[in-house]
Ligand binder design. Sequence first.
Ligand code: GLN
Length: 285
Amino acid sequence: MKIKEYRIQFIQMLTSLYGEGEAESFFYLILEEKQKLKRIDLALQPDLVFLEEEIVVWNSILEQLKLEIPVQYLLGKTSFYGLDFEVNSNVLIPRPETEELVDWIISNNLKIEQSKNLKILDIGTGSGCIAISLAKNLPNAQVFALDVSEKALATAKKNADLNEVNVTFLHQSILDTEDLGQEFDIIVSNPPYVRNLEKEEIKKNVLDYEPHLALFVEDNDALIFYRKIAELAQKNLTNSGQLYFEINQYLGKEMVELLEKMNFKNIELRKDIYDNDRMMLGYLL
Ligand code: GLN
């Protein structure tokens, strides 16, 4: 079958669920990943065909997309901050909002790292996307990353190798940690922050396939991870150390209050590209 004919069918089958634009973008993502072909190749060689066995693979992906399994899990990879990351159902798929947080940390620290060997800790690293993109872009920094999930850590380690960076991984439950045992210049975390009451806003592809361990918190204690991490930061951040969080868009005010109460200074709350309160920074002066 000609690829361009299959393309039309593929997009048609997914349009009601995803819309034509997204269905088309899936097609080209898979084309690049599975066939090593780009959009332009198809335009230049309109008679390219799929082999029988290739169609079997494509049809299987198509069926799974109909079940709303995220395309990143089907391909086993995604890109974040210009780097490639392996992903699977043990780790959250890195989000563009988190790229903005990483970008903020890098721009605040590019100058500092020239005169100082920064020590950075990422808490709840998941795929490792934050820790690894920081290690790549702040090459003099010493980066540590912690997670409660051994399976997530195995993926994060592969991603560190894939991106040729050195990150020290720690298998640890942050809620059971009393002291981090060393000092850091930067602590960053994108912990679970979605409340059960927000479940109805969450799309099926996230709710049914991404790890709940990385996403959800109890309605009555939504800031449990932030409180714990801020307490540890009070003990384990250096003088003028920076604490960065990705946060629940509905809890910006509560987060500022929490950090103020815990004596953090120069607190800054930032919005993401979608104009939602999404990240913050506090200093321990
Ligand atoms: N931003 C993610 C989502 O909306 C949640 C990430 C998290 O809980 N840390 O799915």
